[in-house]
Each structure stands twice: as structure tokens, then as C-alpha cells.
Design a protein around this ligand. Structure first.
Ligand code: FAQ
Length: 311
């Protein structure tokens, strides 16, 4: 078949909502787009372990510590499924990790903020995992099969993460005046960065048009951000916390909230590598990668030996 026919078959599959599988023909730009998005997603899960990992040794009770430990481990697992999905697109794990550590690949802006108090762990679960699920539910129907299948389990776990964060915030908001103030302070600091997780406004998002055309994303950055605000306002209200946005008000005609504009200059500065924790995050990942070299060597030696025995 010539390229035209292959392209027509690919488009017809997408039109029938059939998934594209690793051995199927796909346009080179579709493959590149997926490697970019899936690997950024994988890196986000792995780097995302750091702000919460920071609190495992300081969780306020054994129960909280067990739950947080399990959550952080889940995020590591998500990273691994996603690296495996990216590898099916003909890129090696080494290359993917190298792109993260050398700054060629991005990871979510949100993980470049510090986790200053225990309430931040509540805010991360509630808002960051909440925004992640809002974005990722649609990815269970993304057009690339291995990515879609990885997202099914990830979404189930993220939904548990969101609830554990909301429960921490609920307990703090019902606690002493100091605890409630700590919860409100965490909400104030994590709210705007959570809105930025959805990416720049649609008219400034260079990748959205192709993502929608290829059914990689089923909804745009602005549509998902709007849904997130609509969902989160009543959750804050019910536990007596206030979203830190003076422009937030119900708009009857659109059936959703109007809200203020995130600081996009701060966002671009962070994704350029200049946020409060970018350097610390990459240096922690580089250290972990270097210290894990002997594990990779041992695993490879074992695989080589097994191959030789079987040959
Ligand atoms: N941070 O044209 P668009 C999680 C970049 S997982 C950094 O709109 P696109 C779980 C974008 O890459 C969180 N960079 O791009 C967890 C592009 O640059 P490039 C991660 C961002 O791809 C919870 C440029 O800006 N989730 O949190 C961001 O259509 C708790 C222009 O943007 C995913 O990755 C950002 N926020 O839309 C773990 C979900 N936004 O690549 C631990 C899958 C945009 O051209 C603890 N990804 N950029 O150089 C997606 O849905 C999309 O990739 C978006 C961006 C929505 C992130």
C-alpha cells in the first residue's frame, strides 16, 4: 500500500473509534506526538512522587503514613505503565529517562512547587489528583491502545488519591482554628497551579488541534479546566474553605462558574525550568538514577545469562 492508502486506513480507523495498536501503521507525527505526551505524563508521575514523599516520615499518624506511602507507590507504578506504553512507540527507556534528566522533556508544572505543611498533602490529593483525573478520564478513550489501557487502572487509583486528599482537608477544616487556617493556606497556594495543570488556554495551545483531530485528547485544556472549577467549588464550600479567586461567580447562562485568569507568566517561567523547585526535582531524580545503576546492571546481567542458558 502507498502512503496515501495507509493514511486513509488510519483515518478510517480513527473515524470508527477503533484503537491504533503498536504494530499498526501510523503517521510519524502521530507517533511523535504520543511519545511527547505519554513520556511527559510518565515523568510527571515519577517526579510527582517527590513533593509527597517529602512528608512520609512526618505524617501525623501511622494510618496517614500507610495511606501516603501506598499513594506515592501508586504514582511510581503509574510512571512504569506509562513508560512501557511509550516504549511500544519505538523509543527506549534509557532515551526517555535521558530526555527527562537533561531537560529535553517536560513534566507537569505542578510538581515544581514545594510542599510546606501537612495540609499541602491534603491539597495535593484533593486538587492535583482531582485535576489529574479530570484530565485523564478522557484518556481512557484515547486513540492509542496501550495508553488507553494504562489509563483505566491509573484513573481508578487517582480517584482513591483524590478522596484521601479531600478527607485530610475535611478533617483539618473541621479542626482547630489553626488547622483550618493551615488548610485554607494550602488551598490558596495550590489552587492556581492546579488550574495551570490543564495547560495554556486553547488559543495558545499549539498541540490541541492535532490531539483532537487524532482523538488523543477528547476535550480541550479550557473545557477540562472549566469542568474542574465547577466540580471543586462545591467541594470547598461544603467543608467551609474558600477558593482564592475574587472573580469566581456562577454564570447561569453558561451553567458554570466564571473565574479569574491564572498567572500564565509564572506557568511559562516554570516550564522553562525556572520554578521554585525545578532544580531540586531534577537533581533528586538524577541522584536516584545514578544510585540505581547497579540494579539495572544486575538485571541486565541476569537477562543476558538467562538468554545464554536458553540458547
Ligand atoms: N506542565 O499545546 P499544549 C498527575 C506544555 S499526572 C508542563 O496545550 P498538550 C498524577 C506542553 O507539554 C499530571 N508543561 O500541550 C499525580 C507543550 O510543550 P511541548 C500530568 C505543560 O500536550 C498526582 C506546551 O506546554 N498529566 O498529576 C503543561 O496538548 C499527584 C503547550 O501546551 C498528564 O501529563 C503543564 N501543566 O497539553 C502524580 C496528562 N501544560 O511538549 C503525583 C497527559 C502544557 O510542546 C502526585 N497530558 N505544557 O514542548 C496531557 O493531557 C497534555 O499533555 C497536557 C498539555 C494537558 C498536560
Amino acid at each position: 500500500m502507498d502512503t496515501n492508502q495507509l493514511e486513509q486506513n488510519f483515518d478510517a480507523k480513527l473515524a470508527r473509534n477503533e484503537s491504533i495498536e503498536p504494530k499498526d501503521w501510523m503517521p510519524d507525527n502521530y507517533r511523535k506526538h504520543l511519545i511527547r505526551q505519554i513520556s511527559q505524563h510518565a515523568h510527571s508521575e515519577i517526579v510527582g512522587m517527590l513533593p509527597e514523599g517529602n512528608w512520609i516520615t512526618r505524617a501525623p499518624s501511622l494510618r496517614r503514613k500507610m495511606v501516603l506511602l501506598a499513594k506515592v507507590q501508586d504514582e511510581g507504578g503509574h510512571g512504569l505503565y506509562l513508560y512501557s506504553a511509550a516504549e511500544t512507540l519505538n523509543i527506549s527507556r534509557e532515551e526517555l529517562i535521558d530526555q527527562l534528566l537533561t531537560g529535553k522533556a517536560k513534566y507537569s508544572s505542578i510538581f515544581n512547587y514545594p510542599s510546606l505543611t501537612w495540609a499541602d498533602i491534603g491539597a495535593i490529593g484533593w486538587l492535583v489528583d482531582g485535576a489529574a483525573i479530570m484530565n485523564q478520564v478522557m484518556l481512557q478513550r484515547t486513540s492509542y491502545g496501550p495508553y488507553a489501557r494504562a489509563m483505566v487502572r491509573i484513573c481508578k487509583e487517582e480517584s482513591f488519591h483524590q478522596r484521601q486528599g479531600y478527607e485530610i482537608m475535611t478533617v483539618l477544616a473541621k479542626g482547630t482554628a489553626e488547622q483550618k487556617a493551615m488548610a485554607q493556606d494550602a488551598l490558596n497556594r495550590w489552587w492556581w497551579p492546579s488550574l495551570m495543570m490543564f495547560g495554556p488556554p486553547d488559543e495558545k495551545s499549539p498541540n490541541t488541534a492535532n490531539a483532537i483531530k487524532w482523538k488523543i485528547k477528547r476535550e480541550t485544556n479550557d473545557e477540562l479546566r472549566q469542568k474542574f472549577v465547577n466540580q471543586t467549588f462545591p467541594q470547598a464550600d461544603i467543608i467551609g474553605l474558600k477558593l482564592p479567586d475574587p472573580d469566581l461567580k456562577w454564570n447561569e447562562s453558561k451553567g458554570g462558574f466564571d473565574f479569574g485568569t491564572p498567572n500564565w507568566e509564572e506557568f511559562y517561567n516554570i516550564i522553562a525550568g525556572n520554578g521554585p523547585c525545578n532544580k531540586a526535582r531534577i537533581s533528586a531524580r538524577t541522584k536516584a538514577h545514578n544510585e540505581g545503576a547497579w540494579v539495572r546492571e544486575a538485571a541486565n546481567a541476569y537477562a543476558e545469562k538467562k538468554k545464554a542458558v536458553l540458547a
